[in-house]
Design a protein around this ligand. Structure first.
Ligand SMILES: Cc1cc2nc3c(=O)[nH]c(=O)nc-3n(C[C@H](O)[C@H](O)[C@H](O)COP(=O)(O)O)c2cc1C
Ligand SMILES: CC(C)CC(=O)C(=O)O
Length: 364
């Protein structure tokens, strides 16, 4: 690609050029037919705006807060694994970029760098994403390390009882790179039987019996607030509220788990309605533009998380690339708010967007 990237999709192109195929495929890929992967992005394209004119938008305020932590824009960094496959500085660079962008970073359980390294290299507000291992003492130890190192919340990923079938990783015989945070705790030395090493790795350590009752166990090992990531239905949203978590994250894991799960933006409203404002609802999946962020906010999200865009920035330019990607999304959101007639986040309402179901209803 010639010239400076002007949007997130161009960062993806640069990342594809920069990365070995196995690494790019791991980052970019989805499960099985990759139907949901395409839909996560395509569903945003089917939502249009109902912009308002002649509103004073000479000053735009995008600031909000999550669990009491103030951020200048409602865009935070999703947990994604193995950042050293994108850049030698791995999550250290990402965390520094989070600090430079004044945003929150969710550190993945499957990080290349340790909790301690990330904590000591960045002042950013950090949350820790957890997968619960068969050996509960190990999961508890990881959570407590995060807590000791100043992480502010636990994000329990609930959609990965087993790893989704990612055929690109199978074809590439994707090996598990060093996951230093797990050294001495969880072995990454697995027999992948000629297939995906990460699939074998997850099968080996992950407790697939994890269930709603275990939130109580998690509470017993930490004082940190708990967010549940991977909620796609009203039923599960109500359960999450019932068990008393501090936040719900609408996510289909970037379409890497159950293919033919709905595009996340199409179920956000259902979850928001079920939660009834009792806890914040955060959204991820397919955000590539500021317009996408606006649409998620209009459908009730408190904030959005971005996964692949951050990796593409990291792969292309390290810390500076992540900062640039976050800035692009923020600038685009600001412009969208101005053009839609919304000077603050509170001004963004359900009436500012038309979804596919709105169109269906009005044609009945
Ligand atoms: C390469 C990659 C690795 C991921 N690793 C994790 C992970 O370790 N834990 C987790 O909860 N989610 C993980 N996710 C899912 C993200 O947190 C997030 O839900 C998803 O990337 C959002 O979609 P987007 O990539 O379209 O922004 C991963 C996603 C990608 C693309
Ligand atoms: C090692 C994996 C479990 C990380 C992950 O969640 C993912 O690749 O989507």
């Amino acid at each position: 690609m010639a010239g400076e990237p002007v949007n997130v999709n161009e960062f993806e192109e640069l990342a594809r050029e920069a990365l070995p195929k196995m690494n790019y495929d791991y980052f970019r890929g989805g499960a099985e037919d990759q139907h949901t992967l395409r839909e996560n992005v395509a569903a945003f394209q089917r939502i249009t705006f109902r912009p308002r004119v002649l509103v004073d938008v000479s000053s735009i305020d995008m600031s909000t807060s999550i669990l009491g932590y103030k951020i200048p824009a409602p865009i935070v960094i999703a947990p994604t694994g193995m950042h050293e496959l994108a850049h030698p500085q791995g999550e250290v660079a990402t965390a520094r970029a989070a600090a430079a962008s004044n945003t929150i970073m969710v550190l993945s359980f499957s990080s290349s760098r340790t909790i301690e390294e990330v904590a000591s290299s960045s002042q950013a507000v950090r949350f820790y994403q957890l997968y619960v291992s068969k050996r509960r003492d190990i999961a508890a130890a990881l959570v407590q390390r995060a807590e000791r190192n100043g992480f502010k919340a636990i994000v329990l990923t609930a959609d990965t009882q087993r790893l989704g079938r990612r055929e690109l990783d199978i074809k590439n015989k994707m090996a598990v790179p060093p996951l230093r945070n797990l050294e001495g705790l969880i072995s990454t030395d697995v027999d992948s039987a000629g297939g995906s090493g990460i699939e074998a790795f997850v099968a080996q350590f992950k407790d697939s019996s994890l269930n709603w009752k275990d939130i109580e166990w998690l509470r017993s090992v930490t004082n940190l607030p708990i967010l549940i990531k991977g909620v796609l239905t009203a039923e599960d949203a109500r359960k999450a509220v019932e068990v008393g978590v501090e936040g719900v994250i609408v996510s289909n894991h970037g379409a890497r788990q159950l293919d033919y799960s709905p595009a996340t933006i199409t179920v956000l409203e259902e979850v928001v309605q079920a939660v009834k404002g009792k806890v914040p609802v955060i959204f991820d999946g397919g955000i590539r533009r500021g317009t996408d962020v606006f649409k998620a906010l209009a459908l009730g999200a408190k904030a959005v998380m971005v996964g692949r865009p951050v990796i593409y920035g990291l792969a292309t330019r390290g810390e500076a690339g992540v900062v640039r990607v976050m800035q692009m999304l923020k600038d685009e959101l600001e412009l969208t708010m101005a053009l839609a007639g919304c000077p603050t986040l509170k001004d963004i309402t359900r009436r500012h967007v038309t979804t596919e179901s709105d169109r269906l209803r009005s044609s009945l």
